[in-house]
Every structure is written in structure tokens, then in C-alpha cells.
Design a protein around this ligand. Structure first.
Ligand code: PBG
Length: 323
């Protein structure tokens, strides 16, 4: 009751505010997405993601050293596959000398302590741009799941610490977990994109990897954004199937889902602040309409406050510079 309580007492100076601050960011919070391309000495800016680049394998080595020196300790690797290598069977995804497998080895060679997470998905390898095998215009769940398990094992074999299936097929976590165990990859963790919504915020990412669906959309496998309880069901199931870390994606528009999960499950939760979220802030800042750094930090803290333990974000490097 006023004046016994005056909430402003604890806001009166910046040291006082720091003393009572409930949530902070540290470099340990961030997962840095990396886009890898074929070739040498190539650094290409992604048109719809200003300031974000695709790097060739040799430059990825330099990039990873630089991230490590800034205190960033985990990367999430995506590859851009040449059209000539795409098919409807994920053939190239299993190539032990493929771009992903080589990138994993390169990163592990230059910075062995860096946590290497890999995107386990078919879309960059698919002639249809879908996350599964296509038959008669449909995405075939169980055949896809078998293939994803093989892809995950191939990444583990190359040295991945964490495999991250981003496809939303049913049963893929159990299948991946069983396959990893069968091959003695007991220590390979699974970060499941467990509550991944069919979102239009992924647009710039699909430009980055040239992986847009050739027909239809992803609504038969990714979640309907009108749903909330379903995220809990999906996530519980993935944990039962052997996921170590679970994820909510996209980020900002789904903070309620992060909070729901924080209150119902105990596994570490990752938030993915996706490409469209990055693009929105970059565009507004470029126009001088928003203060880039201030808005970025406000958003990143919001993920922690909502209950996320880690954040995959294209802002990781920008953010650590300010910490
Ligand atoms: C696909 C995948 C997508 C993203 C990560 N993995 C796109 C999609 O589902 O179509 C999006 C990431 C982003 O937008 O930053 N397996």
C-alpha cells in the first residue's frame, strides 16, 4: 500500500536497477546460425538479410574462430545445395563427403570446443523444396523419418554435437534416437524443433538457401499458428521420444508458447528468432524508424523472460558486442 510501497524506489539509479534485474543476457545464451556454400573465398550477403552472409567452407573456418573469440560457443549449420544435387530421395544429404559433413569437420578441426549443431532436414536437398519425400503431391511421413535418422547419424559421424531435426514429421525423434544409439553415438544430443509453426516469417531464410517449396505450403506438417495447447502435446511427445533440448519457432510472435512450455516441461527450451524477425528490424533501422541496438536487446531479453534458456538468432554477434 502506498506510501509503504513505492515501486519507483528500486528504479532510482542504474546500479539499483541492475541490482534487482531479473533477467540478463550472456554470450552463453546464443546459438549462431551459419549458412555454408560450396567454393573458395566466397562471402555472399543475403539480399533479404542485410549484414548476414553465406560463407564458403574455407571462410567458415575463419568465421568460427572469430565467433569463439567473442565468447560465442555454439553454431547451427545450414547448407545451400546446388540444384544439380537435389532430388526426391535426399541422396546428397547422406553423402559422407557432402557440404554439411565437410563443414562439421572443418569447424570441429579449427575450434574443437565449439558446439556444432546441424540442421537435419530435407528441404535444402529436395527438388520439391519440402521437408519430406514427396509422392503424388503428399509428404510421406514414415519414409521421410527413416531417411532423417540416417542423415542425423551421418552428421554425428562427421562430428556433430547436436542434431536438430527441423522437419516436423511424426516419430522422427524416436527414430533418430534409436539409430544414434544403435551406432553408439550415445553422446549426440537432439535439439528438436518441437513446436515449429507454419510461418511466413521464414521467407528470407528460404531466399538464403533457395529452399522455398516448389508446390503448396508446409501446413500438413508444420503447426497451425492458431494453436497453443498443441505445442505442449508436440513437445511432450518429443521429450518422451528422446529429445534433449526442445524449441519454439518462430520467436517473437510465440512468446506465449515459450512460457507455456516453461511451465509444463523441464527440458531446456530454445527459442528461434527467425530470418523474418531479423529482416523486419534491419529494415526499420535502415529507415531510421527504430533504434536497432535498443530494440534488438529488448527482444532478446524478452525470450529469456518468457522462459527460453537459449536463443538461436542472427543477432548473436551484434548482441555480444554490446554485452
Ligand atoms: C527448414 C528450416 C526452415 C528454417 C529453419 N529450418 C524453413 C522452413 O521450415 O521452411 C527457418 C529459419 C529462419 O527463417 O530463420 N527445415
Amino acid at each position: 500500500m502506498f506510501p509503504l510501497q513505492r515501486n519507483r524506489r528500486l528504479r532510482k539509479s542504474s546500479s539499483m536497477r541492475a541490482l534487482v534485474q531479473e533477467h540478463q543476457l550472456t554470450p552463453n545464451d546464443f546459438i549462431v546460425p551459419l549458412f555454408v556454400i560450396e567454393g573458395q573465398q566466397k562471402k555472399e550477403e543475403i539480399l533479404s538479410m542485410p549484414g548476414y552472409y553465406r560463407y564458403s567452407e574455407d571462410l567458415i573456418a575463419e568465421k568460427v574462430k572469430s565467433l569463439w573469440s567473442q565468447g560465442l560457443k555454439s553454431v547451427l549449420v545450414f547448407v545451400k545445395v546446388q540444384d544439380s544435387l537435389k532430388d526426391n530421395k535426399g541422396t546428397e544429404a547422406l553423402n559422407p563427403k557432402g557440404l554439411m559433413q565437410r563443414a562439421i569437420q572443418t569447424i570441429k578441426n579449427v575450434v574443437p570446443e565449439m558446439i556444432v549443431m546441424t540442421d537435419v532436414a530435407l528441404d535444402p536437398y529436395s527438388s520439391f523444396g519440402h521437408d519430406g519425400i514427396v509422392n503424388d503431391g503428399k509428404i510421406i511421413n514414415d519414409t521421410t523419418v527413416e531417411l532423417l535418422a540416417k542423415i542425423a547419424c551421418s552428421h554425428a559421424h562427421a562430428g556433430a554435437d547436436v542434431v536438430a531435426p527441423s522437419d516436423m514429421m511424426d516419430g522422427r525423434i524416436l527414430s533418430i534416437r534409436k539409430s544414434l544409439e544403435a551406432l553408439n553415438f550415445n553422446d549426440t544430443a537432439i535439439m528438436s524443433y518441437s513446436a515449429k509453426y507454419a510461418s511466413s516469417f521464414y521467407g528470407p531464410f528460404r531466399d538464403a538457401l533457395d529452399s522455398s517449396p516448389g508446390f503448396g505450403d508446409k501446413k500438413t506438417y508444420q503447426m497451425d499458428f492458431g494453436n497453443r495447447r498443441e505445442a505442449i502435446t508436440e513437445t511432450r511427445r518429443d521429450i518422451e521420444e528422446g529429445a534433449d533440448i526442445v524449441m519454439v519457432k518462430p520467436g517473437m510472435a510465440y512468446l506465449d508458447i515459450i512460457r507455456d512450455l516453461r511451465e509444463t516441461i523441464d527440458a531446456p527450451i530454445a527459442a528461434y528468432q527467425v530470418s523474418g524477425e531479423y529482416a523486419m528490424l534491419k529494415a526499420a533501422a535502415e529507415k531510421g524508424w527504430l533504434d536497432h541496438d535498443a530494440v534488438m536487446m529488448e527482444q532478446l531479453i524478452a525470450f529469456k523472460r518468457a522462459g527460453a534458456q537459449m536463443i538461436a538468432t542472427y543477432f548473436a554477434e551484434d548482441a555480444v558486442k554490446l554485452l
